[in-house]
Design a protein around this ligand. Structure first.
Ligand SMILES: [Zn+2]
Length: 875
């Protein structure tokens, strides 16, 4: 699954949810009971559905082949929101008998009791049932456009049980025969190819039968019904189709090209051919996450699949490509080999995240994906340096706990750890380990140990010890390097916290590969263990402890070493290393080991960097200083003046935009435009922004879309009702999901109080989909000028606001409240959610409150330093 916060950036100083281990443990007792017994094991399901899209209901019948280990007279499986019509069972020596059903909605289970004991051995369970096509974006649900209804599915993590009674745990793998009886004019798509399509049984209907699926988990089953149309291609003998509602089929070529490249890339990389005959990519009008890796039938939020490269920014194109190849990587990592239980969901998500970057980097080297990865790692390290972080592998038993496992730790930290291990072993050795792991467990389930033992065996290196230390314990290490001595550098490790008030437990230590730059041998990798206090390194002009920026740790240096790094930052370090160094220095500021002045000196040394990712990673924190550390308008104005003095000459050097500009230059221009107009408050650029924005909106292909979207962002902040009306019209009438999405996001950026109120009213209206409204509130809360008004609106309209929440959206919303920076606001947020709890958002709330505390502390510690620095600048 591709979670929404992955492509919807909260900006440098915000966060996504991270569950807390002790919280999970406190629930583990009651939750254990929710697991199904291993006494009854399914091997095959035959499923037939008859959905009624107008009435929003469906009926179903299923036959499940099971094997019974010990004789029993009761079978418990998962079901919720379903009505059982009849149940019977046939077994070889027990004959046929009818069962009676008792439901336990709390546990989302149904227990079927039979009059006679069913003997051990094979049996066939037959169930007739009915259900509803809900509006909650999960299970078998209804998606709507202005023209019609669609019936679609989303089962991860625990929602297959809303569509059919099943053994809804990842380790109960089975094969599936699926058939759908639907309106004659409609089509259906499921995991495997259609094998027959016959009229009837009733007039005006036809029945589609799909081929038997491979052995797979229930959460990967999918079927969608409607008038979807597809663009077809082929790669490596596999039929690829990108499907959309009819008005959006023109936007499918981009995704098809990405899919073709990625299929060949993965077939080669994994050394295991994609196991099905076809792979579909379907854009769904209402979709909670970004995308979902159903085996053979990947479903997407439309913005992550359907776009026109001529009118969308490079960032949007990158996000869509990453989402598409992320889900494709899951066809192997997740679908072919599945984690044994949700505690190891990182085996799915960390892997797909690591792989998406690798695949897109190979597809588009000019997109500088390694820089994007290095910058993303800085945010992850900041999240993981909070006390409420969790270990990559953590307990999760109930559906709510499982939902909260899909967080930056499972996705990004796990991905960063895999990148570090790959970098240490070498690409080919690591690839062989991946292949060995997949080949050993295909069509089955696996654990973390299975993965790192395979890597250890292939590489003959201590991958098991390294990975266990990173996967099983929470937090991250900081490595503090002493002055270079003869042939060695001393190093002390401890757990790093952003807050200087938290003291690490000295017992917590890591085994980790440290790849560094020193002298001619570059890079050199050595394994640091709890008992090794130094690295063997030659004396050198510069010593940089994180070669390639691929190590998952923070580094701190002696003052002289650090000064040498800053002096050579543009000549001695790669762009990824500059990003890593900048992230480390910002972390030192947060931990009160460096001042904002030290940090701004480093930013100044990077001012002419030609890479937008390097600059944004550095300069976005200057916005944090302006927003969170500065408490007066004078301080903010002085910082804005510094930004203009520093970056106007660099921007001027880029010259005017030209169609021949490289993507790298376009991104740099757009970024500098944004920094100068927004943080730098440059009046001239602000005035220009409106003109560029108007041109972009009237003809999106007439302007560089990367600059056009940036200009729109700037223009909306001071925008008038004419611009607001124009954007609202695009939301309601455009058939381009990217433009619609962009226009919608812009509405809550308007700082004019009346227009902001209109935008918030609009967000809770029926015109905005449930998949979007929580994101609207989260964005409004990010904007300093809009925060108080948005929060007030939320509190007074809570009944309307909360009806829009699905679990993931609730988490995104609660995260948005972490942008406050005062004791009063923190207490207000805490009290409000105590009285108005948001389901599955406990961890997000903890994280939010902690983030507010972090901000308060940062201001207290650093505002005096800011004043000093500004005074020294003559401000
Ligand atoms: Zn995923």
């Amino acid at each position: 699954m591709k979670i929404r916060w992955n492509s919807f950036s909260f900006g440098a100083h915000c966060c996504a949810s991270a569950a807390m281990l002790s919280f999970l443990l406190s629930f583990s007792h009651a939750a254990q009971a929710q697991r199904l017994s291993a006494n009854v094991v399914p091997s095959h399901y035959s499923l037939s559905f008859v959905p009624d899209l107008k009435a929003a209901t469906f009926s179903g019948s299923e036959v499940i082949d099971v094997n019974i280990k010990e004789p029993t007279s009761a079978i418990t499986l998962n079901a919720i929101e379903l009505k059982f019509r009849s149940v019977d069972i046939t077994s070889l020596n027990g004959g046929a008998q009818k069962g009676s059903v008792s439901l336990d909605p709390e546990k989302q289970q149904a227990t079927i009791t039979f009059p006679k004991t069913i003997p051990a051995g094979d049996a066939t369970l037959r169930i007739q049932f009915t259900g509803i096509l809900n509006n909650e974006l999960r299970g078998f649900y209804l998606s709507k456009t202005a023209r019609r209804n669609y019936a679609v599915t989303q089962f991860e993590s625990t929602d297959a049980r809303r569509a059919f009674p099943c053994f809804d745990e990842p380790a109960f793998k089975a094969t599936f025969d699926i058939s759908l009886t639907i309106d004659a004019d409609d089509t259906a798509i499921s995991n495997s190819a259609v094998t027959s399509n016959t009229p009837g049984p009733d007039a005006g209907k036809h029945t589609l039968v799909f081929a038997t699926t491979p052995k797979m988990s229930t959460y990967l089953v999918a079927f969608v019904v409607g008038d979807f149309q597809c663009r077809r291609g082929e790669q490596d003998g596999v039929t690829l189709r990108v499907c959309a509602t009819p008005d959006k089929v023109a936007l499918t070529p981009f995704a098809l090209d990405v899919a073709k490249f990625a299929l060949q890339y993965y077939d080669t990389y994994f050394g295991i051919h994609y196991p099905l005959k076809k792979l579909d990519f379907i854009g769904i009008p209402d979709f909670e996450a970004g995308a979902m890796e159903n085996f053979g039938a990947i479903t997407f939020r439309e913005t992550d699949l359907l776009l026109d490269p001529k009118t969308t920014s490079l960032r949007v194109q990158k996000n869509a490509a990453l989402a598409i190849v992320h889900e494709m990587a899951h066809q192997w990592f997740g679908d072919l080999v599945t984690m044994q239980w949700w505690d190891n969901v990182w085996l799915n998500e960390g892997f797909a995240t690591w792989m998406e970057n690798k695949c897109v980097a190979a597809m588009h080297p000019e997109w500088n994906i390694p820089q994007y990865v290095a910058a993303d790692e800085q945010s992850t390290l900041n999240i993981d340096a909070q006390p409420t972080t969790r270990a990559i592998r953590a307990r999760a038993e109930t559906p709510e706990e499982i939902d909260q496992m899909f967080d930056p730790i499972a996705y990004n930290k796990a991905s960063d750890v895999l990148l570090m291990v790959e970098n240490y072993l070498g690409e080919e050795t690591f690839r062989k380990g991946v292949h060995a792991y997949l080949a050993a467990h295909e069509y089955g389930n696996a654990t973390a140990e299975d993965f790192w033992n395979a890597q250890t065996e292939v590489s003959h290196k201590p991958v098991d010890k390294i990975m266990e230390s990173l996967v099983a314990q929470p937090g991250e290490p900081i490595l503090e390097f002493g002055p270079p001595a003869v042939g060695q550098v001393s190093v002390a490790q401890s757990r790093f916290f952003l807050s200087p008030g938290i003291k690490p437990d000295p017992a917590q230590e890591w085994t980790l590969p440290v790849c560094f730059k020193a002298g001619a041998k570059n890079p050199d990798c050595q394994v640091l263990t709890p008992s090794s206090p130094s690295l063997a390194a030659p004396a050198s002009k510069i010593f940089f402890a994180n070669a390639g920026g691929k190590g998952y740790y923070r580094s701190a240096y002696e003052p002289a070493q650090y000064a040498a790094l800053v002096a050579h930052v543009e000549t001695g370090l790669t762009p990824e290393e500059r990003i890593s160094l900048t992230g480390d220095e910002w972390a030192q500021v947060r931990a009160d080991k460096a001042t904002v002045g030290d940090y701004l000196t480093l930013v100044d040394a990077l001012r002419s960097d030609p890479n937008a990712d390097v600059l944004s990673n550095a300069v976005d924190n200057v916005s944090v200083i302006a927003d969170d550390v500065a408490s007066t308008k004078e301080e903010r104005d002085a910082l804005a003046a510094w930004i203009r003095r520093t970056f106007i000459p660099v921007y001027a050097q880029l010259g005017n935009a030209s169609p021949s500009d490289t993507g790298k230059k376009r991104e740099l221009r757009a970024y500098l435009f944004n920094v100068l107009a927004d943080s730098g408050k440059d009046a001239g650029l602000k005035a220009q922004a409106r003109g560029i924005a108007d041109q972009y909106l009237s003809d999106p292909s007439s302007v560089d879309p990367t600059l056009g979207q940036t200009a729109l962002n700037i223009a909306a902040e001071d925008g008038d009702s004419a611009l607001f009306d124009k954007l609202e019209k695009i939301c309601e009438s455009s058939s381009d999901p990217e433009l619609q999405d962009l226009a919608l996001r812009e509405l809550v950026i308007f700082t004019n109080p009346d227009l902001l109120e209109r935008a918030l009213e609009y967000s809770v209206s029926s015109k905005v989909r449930n998949q979007d409204s929580a994101i609207q509130f989260a964005i409004a809360m990010r904007i300093r000028e809009n925060r108080d008004a948005a929060w007030k609106f939320i509190k007074t309209h809570w009944d309307q606001v909360q009806t829009e929440f699905t679990p993931e959206m609730g988490q995104i919303f609660v995260d948005g409240t972490g942008n406050f920076c005062s004791v009063e606001a923190r207490d207000d947020v805490r009290n409000f959610f105590a009285a108005h709890p948001v389901p599955a958002a406990d961890a997000a709330l903890r994280h939010s409150l902690e983030h507010i505390d972090g901000c308060i502390e940062l201001r207290r510690l650093q505002e005096p330093n800011l004043k000093k620095w500004l005074a020294a600048q003559g401000q």
